[in-house]
Design a protein around this ligand. Structure first.
Ligand code: 13P
Ligand code: SF4
Length: 301
């Protein structure tokens, strides 16, 4: 039996589904039952009837799936796959901000540890941050951990007062506006599509800013034939699948999230066989971080 066939058989036996983020490698995306951005995958995790979820992504995604579906087994093909930004905020600063500002909402990007989520009022993803911040009754918004998504949301919701935190995604922050300018010179007809984790300077050069799903559906609907894509290169697989007649270029600094690329078909097979790397969380953290995640699902509806 091939690895693919073995995975298929084990999925049936164990009533398991495979969720994969657009950033994992094409051979892993091919094995997935659901591929999507963080928001879509969190909804699937919350709603599925499967008993086992194999989450092909980084640890905050597995944690969120476990928090939203505590009765299910959530298996991580590589337990070491983590998101650097998920740790770039701290509870002490959150508490300080709560003392300093009344009417404060702590808005937590889902790319964060469950430990950070438990101190927050609501979670957001890049697909719904603007909508959710706009819907909050609070005027003061402390947005953690990502300063770039926070700045983008602030530009879209000028009626709110934002307090920024200095977290960032190393993969998106590495792409420079200068590279995009050069790519535009080489491909003048191309539209520039970017993830809001990119720097403000880069975002100023774009035609569209959105989550990975947003970028993919924009490219699909656009009349343009060429695109400069400013996000992790895993999205190329779905972009080319949906738009075979269009061309996609990436900035010179190849945007690769090494943690996402740790997931392989062999590791998926291994955790399905052994049950290793099941997400385990302290009950108290699990309970407390569920509230902001559920509030996100509610406000995004
Ligand atoms: P999405 O919200 O588009 O899934 O992005 C997640 C992420 O990790 C971006 O770096
Ligand atoms: Fe985290 Fe950046 Fe990787 Fe996304 S691309 S998972 S934000 S390190």
């Amino acid at each position: 039996m091939t690895v693919r066939e073995e995975i298929k058989q084990l999925k049936r036996e164990k009533n398991a589904i495979i969720l994969a983020h657009y950033y994992v490698s094409p051979e892993v995306q091919e094995l997935a039952d659901y591929i999507g951005d963080s928001f879509y995958l969190s909804k699937i995790a919350a709603e599925t009837d499967a008993e086992v979820i194999v989450f092909c992504g980084v640890s905050f995604m597995g944690e969120s799936a476990k928090v939203l579906s505590p009765g299910k087994t959530v298996l991580m093909p590589d337990a070491g796959a983590d998101c650097a930004m998920a740790h770039m905020a701290d509870p002490e600063t959150i508490e300080k901000m709560r003392d300093e500002y009344d009417d404060l909402a702590v808005v937590c990007y889902i790319n964060s540890t469950a430990e950070l989520k438990r101190y927050s009022d609501v979670c957001v993803t890049s697909a719904n941050a603007v909508k959710i911040v706009r819907a909050l009754p609070n005027r003061n918004i402390f947005f953690i951990p990502d300063r770039n998504l926070a700045r983008f949301a602030a530009s879209q919701v000028p009626e709110k007062h934002f307090i920024f935190n200095e977290g960032f995604c190393p993969v998106h922050e590495k792409m420079k506006a200068e590279e995009v300018r050069r790519a535009k010179e080489m491909h003048p007809a191309a539209e520039v599509l970017a993830h809001p984790e990119c720097t403000r300077e880069l975002l100023e050069l774009t035609d569209y800013i959105g989550s990975t799903s947003g970028i993919i559906s924009y490219a699909e609907k656009s009349g343009a034939k060429e695109f400069i894509v400013c996000t992790e290169n895993g999205v190329r697989y779905e972009l080319e699948k949906r738009c075979p007649d269009k061309k996609f270029y990436f900035p010179e600094t190849e945007p690769v999230c090494r943690d996402m690329k740790l997931i392989t078909p062999e590791k998926i097979l291994h955790v399905l066989k052994t049950g290793e790397n099941a997400v385990r969380m302290e009950a108290e953290i699990c309970e407390a971080s569920r509230k902001p995640l559920e509030r996100m699902l509610e406000l995004a509806r």
